[in-house]
Ligand binder design. Sequence first.
Ligand code: ME8
Length: 641
Amino acid sequence: MNRFYITTPIYYVNARPHLGHSYSTMVADALVRLHRLQGEEAFFVTGSDEHGDKIVQAAEKVGKDPQSFVDEISLLFQTLWPQLGIENYRFARTTDPAHAKIVQDLLQKVYDAGDIYFGEFSGHYCYGCERFYTEKELVDGLCPQHLTSPALISEKNYFFKMSKYLPWLKEYIETHPDFIRPERYRSEALGMLEAGALDDLCISRPKTRLTWGIDLPFDHNYVCYVWFDALLTYISALGGPSGTDFATFWPGEHLVAKDILKPHAVFWPAMLKSMGLPLYKHLNVHGYWLSRDTKMSKSLGNIVDPKAMADAYGIDAFRYYLFREMHFGSDASFSEENMVARINADLANDLGNLFSRVLAMAAKYCSSRAPKMGTLTEEDTVLVDLCSHAMQNFLQLFSAIKFAEGLESLWEFVRALNKYVDSQAPWALAKKNETERLATVMAVLLAGMRKIALCLWPVMPTASCTMLKQLGIDVDTQTVPCSMDYECTHFDALPEGQELALKSNIFPRRESKDEKKDKATKKEQNEAKAEENTTIDIGAFHALDIRVGTIEQAEKHPNADTILVLHIDFGSLGVRQILSGLAAYYKPEELVHKQVVALLNLKPRKIRGLVSNGMVLTAESDGKVVLLSPEHLVDNGGTVG
Ligand code: ME8
């Protein structure tokens, strides 16, 4: 049986995971799934790189001891991966004692072979990179990665005789064009080797300076350099060179971004060679995810939070966008606008629409049961050939880490299926009662949709399972749904009578930021309008004629039990008759001589035969109505404002 083993970088736990880390880990997950689809035993290793100055400094900054600090951050990585649909991995930590033991055994082996020596070294040390730089490597005296001024350090240390292996390595890379891919990074690695700037590798840190690391087995005054330690995770996660998993899965492949090309393209092969272990098969190097066209960084505030994106747009749509957008090897710019456009075009319109219209037609014409596939016409076979071609292309491109191109090739088939719906027009066949042809067209469509769902399992595991379930195939994200070798060359119909979903809406249309903004503006405008309607300006208030008057006479309305008829004296304005619903709260005699407040310029109203020329103002309290009165006596007719 073929086997596939790949690793992501072992991430530093000095900060929480972001889009960049998530992308590398999703790629590893997708490649493992792809190999499983081809019948291979496959898994990947990811993990956390927990030793070194960088971590100690980050822990100190937040007032924590290194171990509790790394425990906390490592957990953030461990909990994030399942939330992004990532499965099929082992999570390795460099503070695991089993890892430390393997690192020490291997260091001893290299030491015993005479490839490690003790020497004095002064050099330019960058704490950000955890390494010394030679004069030649600095750019204007600064670290090329961090653009900071390195510290000049002079100390006695242990060195790995890396320079001894460089001519061999150069030749190896030259004669193995696939060893480092894509090509641009192979050239870059060769460039490093040709520039002659590389020397032996300092692999120790004196404990006077750093204790947070693995002790060198041959000198306990020193700890191991963090890179020598971290790279060995790739084999310690397999139980070390004597472990059975090592025998089964090594050599594997690695997946990194361009920032750590040198340790993987130069240090690591030299280390493996010195240890007498086989070299890895491929180093797959991708570019950076940029945000607002620059590398993501905390200080720029442009870090993309993968969990927030997955929550907002769905894990699968988010994954699809990343695979479709980045051309492996080149940098790509992450933009939510772009993502929404891509999701709407490819997923909502092309794929989602295909599923929703075909399943709706299947409900109408086939009672949501898979129909029998009859004899295929020429149009059908063209589609079947295209399917096989698209699937093979997809597989080949995906295996060659050309994800965007692979998906594009698959989408040719998705679009062809949509066109086939239009050209075969099942609704017209139904109208003409061509039941056999209708059944075949529907069967071809359903079989094609199944193929697409299968191919998408590595990229969109949950959506792939949902699509398959809608076609009556019960799977979960961990169960390998098929064997691709077979699927590429056979175009089987779904088993006749298989129950299908009545409808489908897997990829809802998403709103772009502009659309959301438009909606928000409209909402604001509507709210403002509503507010305009419920509030008045001061002019409207001044238009009210509210006055104080004294009740001269009060009696019950002859025809309405709840109403009292009041005669109120408003001074120079005269006496007015006002009707008010006060009968339940006041006896008429209680009201006589009371001063009240009333609105006078209200249109007169007739209530059960009597006219009311205004309205007495009241307040409600505990379900009772009380009259409003001035605090002390005022002149009748006095205005209220
Ligand atoms: O270098 N775009 O860890 P690290 C794409 N511990 N990928 C990105 C990215 C971006 N903007 N930012 C980070 C280390 N990555 C070492 C590795 S391995 C033995 C030791 C991803 O936390 C990408 O995979 O700095 C990159 O190589 C890795 O995170 C660097 O992770």
